[in-house]
Design a protein around this ligand. Structure first.
Ligand code: ZN
Length: 272
């Protein structure tokens, strides 16, 4: 091999390498953020079980969604593409970054309100799972001057009430959907450090330190709203949990960390 030939080949190799690097960079820019890698398969099964459990309890119908933060990277979360929760499968799960940009869309449709999840994860490092739903008995408390309050121990996480996000405050007249980053940020700001935020004329966003917490709170929030409406309908005065009693429930582990109901819900949802 002559020196010239060798040098030519070396230069060619360098050129090919540079082109390959540029192509890779362009591909990342074109395809969006990089994946955080494989997710624990059990977490995916938990997410599918959460979708089905919320559907079977009437918390979501064709609308509403649940997400979980990625177990390998706090800057990623996982949520189904645009499907009714009851029929979500592993093939529907999309990985997102905290700007709600999909990592692996592959032509699937998306929930327009994915910004609810992204902006809450961005502002609340303690939150590992988010549910957004329109559960029917909760809606009145987002539009009434009567506040939602914990009527029984299972809903003690309500504390002394929940904040209400009114989309008009920041966004004026809208289609009521939290379908961009500005609205998601406004919602997460009203949520603050609370476990859930009511959405005026729309629904609720519920958070948890795990999927069982977010799902359990969503279910018992709906139950609390139902029985609070019933208690108010009796016409007399209503005794709610004292904030100190509610705090004591949380200090004792909040419904045993929802481990018992979650075992039941997950097995039922996955047919185990
Ligand atoms: Zn919604």
């Amino acid at each position: 091999m002559s020196f010239t030939t060798h040098r030519t080949r070396t230069l060619s190799t360098v050129a090919i390498t540079v082109i390959a690097l540029l192509s890779t960079t362009a591909a990342i820019a074109q395809n969006g953020p990089q994946s955080a890698g494989p997710v624990d398969p059990e977490l995916i099964q938990d997410l599918i079980a959460a979708n089905r459990t919320l559907a079977s309890h009437g918390i979501v119908d064709a609308f509403g969604h649940v997400s979980v933060r990625h177990d390998k990277d706090p800057n990623r979360f996982l949520m189904s593409g645009s499907r009714a929760p009851e029929i979500v499968t592993e093939a529907d799960i999309i990985e997102y970054d905290l700007d709600a940009v999909p990592v692996n869309l592959n032509g699937r449709g998306q929930y327009s309100e994915r910004y609810i999840h992204a902006m809450i994860y961005k502002m609340r490092p303690d939150v590992m799972s988010v549910v957004h739903n329109h559960s029917p008995s909760v809606i009145p408390f987002g539009v009434s001057s009567v506040p939602i309050k914990p009527l029984y121990h299972m809903s003690a996480f309500i504390g002394d009430g929940l904040p209400i996000y009114d989309i008009r405050d920041e966004s004026g007249m809208t289609n009521m959907l939290v379908n961009d980053a500005a609205r998601g940020t406004a919602l997460a700001t009203v949520l603050g450090d609370e476990p859930a935020v009511l959405m005026r004329g729309h629904g609720v966003a519920v958070t948890g330190a795990s999927i069982p917490f977010a799902v359990g709170r969503s279910i018992y929030l709906e139950v609390n709203a139902t029985i609070q409406l019933q208690a108010l309908g009796l016409g007399g005065s209503v005794e709610y949990l004292d904030p100190e009693e509610a705090q004591n429930v949380l200090d004792a582990g909040e419904n045993t960390g929802y481990t018992r109901p979650w075992e039941l819900w997950r097995r039922s949802a996955l047919g185990e």
